[in-house]
Design a protein around this ligand. Structure first.
Ligand code: ATP
Ligand code: MG
Length: 394
């Protein structure tokens, strides 16, 4: 089928009143961004309270649909055929041809749904519905009308310039267009969880910035490249992501030298959160995101999370907190990050882990251990932040 445009459906519920134009503008912006990577020319615009994509040149249908499937805010994608208005008989012929191509199996129920934007069309909507219904039944007696729950809801939209025919709705990803919900700093490691966490918060309309802590020479360039690749997968949904790469080696060594080894992970995580919050503030983010899930590892017990959280004043979003690993893996497969996440490169956390880390850290004891770090750590903190490498991933 040669579709000439795509009608974009979105959930109306979230966008009452003044927010509506903001929501639609963000949606148009994100659609344009997604279509940049697709061969062909498109014109995206708002018409009559809806978002419409006109195809101005040849294009690959699957490529367009797959790009639009990554745009949050879209609930449905309707491929549309445009025909000229050359009288009702010609329209009936076009509609019958459309059904024939679109639905090879005619054993289905249908309903005609005419919308008349051009009021001087010689028939009213009800007349079009009735007459078109009977023309379709003449062509295929095996089809049946069902006005309550049809298999095919065939919409015929009569506009000023052309007549639009559509019936299919390809489900979109839902959520809110990125850019309507502020910006957040994602702690992105090379694991399975944090890319999924970023995806989930981006789905609520949040723009992402990310930070990765690496520990050369204990972690390799390949481990860093893996994180860049993960950020790229997430950016398919979230739009361009600025990734801060922080050299964490000296801080880790300092903690390793001065603090009890069973507390290493917690103290290290507290420094990650401190640095992430610092970068967040500098870059206009109002929250942090981690891939933590309750009870998954020693550093994610409730006591550990409380100890890590204690250093932040910003809200920390942990969208995976109640998820099992297999539920997280399912999403990572859906967003294509899984295969990259499981590549076996060393992680800065795994190198400095104790054999028996504390699972129920006491914040006061942790704080006391941190006093061993004193001024040196402030210097190292400053240096780590000042030497951050920013990679724009899209
Ligand atoms: P992931 O699969 O996301 O790596 P994980 O199960 O390995 O998570 P942890 O290593 O305890 O869990 O890390 C918990 C969270 O802390 C991660 O989801 C991520 O948000 C953040 N984090 C851990 N290590 C790093 C790192 N090197 N750089 C940036 N963030 C990190
Ligand atoms: Mg990890």
């Amino acid at each position: 089928m040669n579709y000439t445009s795509f009608l974009i459906k979105y959930a109306e519920i979230a966008i009452k009143g003044k927010n509506r134009y903001m929501f639609e503008d963000a949606l148009v912006r994100q659609i344009n961004f997604a279509l940049k990577k697709v061969q062909g020319e498109f014109s995206v615009g708002k018409t009559q309270g809806r978002v419409n994509i006109e195809c101005m040149s040849d294009y690959d249908y699957d490529e367009v649909v797959s790009a639009l499937s990554c745009v949050f805010g879209i609930t449905g994608i309707c491929p549309v055929v445009h025909v000229e208005d050359e009288g009702f008989d010609k329209l009936a012929e076009d509609v019958i041809k459309y059904i024939d191509e679109e639905y090879p199996d005619k054993n289905r129920t249908f309903k005609v749904n005419c919308r008349r934007a051009r009021k001087n069309y010689p028939m009213d909507s009800q007349e079009v519905n009735m007459e078109m219904g009977s023309r379709i039944l003449d062509a295929w007696p095996e089809m049946k009308v069902d006005v309550h729950n049809p298999d095919i809801l065939l919409t015929i939209e009569i506009r000023d310039d052309k007549i639009y025919i559509y019936s299919k709705i390809i489900p979109g990803p839902g959520g809110m267009p990125v850019g309507t919900g502020g910006k957040s700093m994602l702690l992105l490691s090379g694991g399975i969880d944090s890319p999924v966490a970023g995806y989930m918060i981006a789905k609520r309309g949040v723009k992402l910035e990310a930070v990765y802590f690496h520990a050369p020479p204990y972690t390799s360039e390949r481990a860093k490249q893996k994180v860049v690749d993960l950020a790229r997968y997430v950016s398919k949904y979230a739009g361009p992501v600025r990734l801060h790469v922080i050299n964490f080696t000296d801080i880790q060594l300092e903690i390793y030298e001065k603090c009890p080894h069973d507390e290493l992970t917690i103290i290290m995580r507290r420094y990650m959160m401190r640095i992430a919050e610092h970068l967040a503030k500098e870059n206009g983010c109002l929250s942090l995101i981690t891939g933590e899930s309750l009870g998954q590892v020693a550093s994610q017990t409730m006591q550990s999370l409380a100890a890590t959280n204690e250093v932040c004043t910003m809200p920390v979003f942990r969208p995976l907190i109640g998820f099992d690993k297999n539920e997280i893996i399912k999403i990572s497969e859906k967003i294509d990050t899984y295969e990259t996440s499981i590549l076996p490169f060393e992680d800065c956390c795994t190198i400095f882990v104790a054999k028996h880390p504390v699972t129920k850290p006491n914040v006061n004891i942790i704080k006391r251990s941190e006093t061993n770090l004193s001024e040196t750590i402030d210097e190292l903190f400053k240096k780590a932040v000042e030497t951050d490498e920013v990679i724009v991933v899209s």
